[in-house]
Design a protein around this ligand. Structure first.
Ligand code: UT7
Length: 321
């Protein structure tokens, strides 16, 4: 039984930290409002020398180093982003060139905040199908570049960053490590609740993020609880079997509400939204890397990854580390 086994993780953040207090000087908001409604205290914002691909390259290098492998041995790069360096080519090809594994498969996937779940599911399927033996899966974003910095309802919520996982196709038997089950969904009926008001084929501009937060919140809790149940059923597991949940870090209240719906104790949920804000496709691998490096997530743990975002898209993966 071939599974995609985690060999190393890495993450990267821009140099510049922006506090809630600093944002309160630019728009009509306050530290207390942001903390009470979201749990966010600060976010990292890319400067002019940092881009989605530079963050992705740094995160990838750390994952490669943690795995103790040579970059040239990577056969597949899947990069999840909605804020690529260029409309084309894929940012994955920029990362590939910097790492020196030219010639391997490299492409981007775009599923907004669920992007990493889409990327890891696609990589898992390709590893299982024998199209590659070693994959680098990255979530990287510079959402600061598509925010309307005068819209207080959105600009306080997001930050920049990247996270990466290195996966190997291995056969370690039924009880071995690896991705046990994944589920993905999309529902294009809700485009107007979370979207960017520009693009190459419409306005020929990059556009700005627009969101009806309260509506998104409602759908997020419902969709996440249901996809987590599906993945647990597929893997034949119970909520009580889970050691850690690494959720998309959009809002502390969504994390709490989803955990409550599943009857999961909050101590099992990795929460980094306070420090990073919502980094879209980067948030799950970034939070995973933090909890892996500080020793919370250990070898043998059963970890649920989950996310919901624009599209709407949502998904979850259950991973034995
Ligand atoms: O990553 C993709 C998924 N995205 C999400 O999951 C985001 C989901 N949504 C949310 O996290 C929350 O809905 C928000 C944090 C965006 C908003 O929280 P809320 O409790 O749903 O607030 P609200 O939108 O209902 O706004 C409440 C009030 C409004 O004022 P009125 O109409 O009651 O007078 C807003 O205008 O808060 C006001 N408000 C603000 N006040 C101070 C909105 N943004 C701000 C702000 N500072 N930054």
């Amino acid at each position: 039984m071939i599974r995609s086994v985690l060999k190393g993780t890495g993450s990267a953040l821009p140099k510049q930290v922006v506090s809630n207090a600093e944002l309160a000087k630019r728009v009509d908001t306050s530290h207390d409002w942001i903390v009470e409604r979201t749990g966010i205290h600060q976010r990292f914002i890319a400067d002019e020398t940092e881009t989605t691909s530079t963050l992705a390259i740094d995160a990838a290098r750390r994952a490669i180093e943690a795995a103790g492998v040579d970059a040239e041995s990577i056969e597949l790069i899947v990069l999840a982003t909605s804020t690529p360096d260029q409309t084309f080519p894929a940012s994955a090809t920029i990362v590939q060139n910097a790492l020196g594994c030219n010639g391997c498969i490299a492409f981007d996937v775009q599923a907004v905040c669920s992007g990493f779940l889409y990327a890891i599911s696609v990589a898992d399927a390709m590893l299982k199908a024998g199209q590659a033996k070693r994959a680098l899966v990255i979530g990287a974003e510079t959402f600061s570049r598509i925010l309307d910095w005068e819209d207080r309802t959105t600009c306080v919520l997001f930050g920049d960053g990247a996270g990466a996982m290195l996966l190997d196709a291995e056969d370690n038997g039924e009880d071995g490590p690896g991705i046990l089950a994944s589920r993905l969904h999309a529902d294009g009926a809700h485009n107007e609740l979370l979207y960017v008001d520009g693009g190459p084929s419409t306005t020929q501009t990059v556009g700005h993020l627009r969101m009806q937060g309260r509506e998104v919140f409602r759908h997020a809790v419902k969709n996440l609880a249901s996809v987590l149940g599906e993945v647990l059923d597929d893997a034949g597991k119970q909520p009580s079997d889970i050691d850690w949940v690494v959720p998309h870090q959009a809002n502390r209240r969504i994390l709490d509400a989803t955990a409550k719906k599943l009857g999961l104790p909050l101590e099992k949920v990795v929460v980094t939204v306070k420090d990073h804000a919502n980094t879209s496709a980067a948030s799950v691998p970034l939070a995973f890397d933090v909890a892996w490096r500080d020793g919370r997530i250990k070898s043998g743990d059963l970890v649920m990854l989950e996310a919901m975002g624009g599209g709407f898209t949502w998904g979850a993966s259950l991973l034995r580390v």
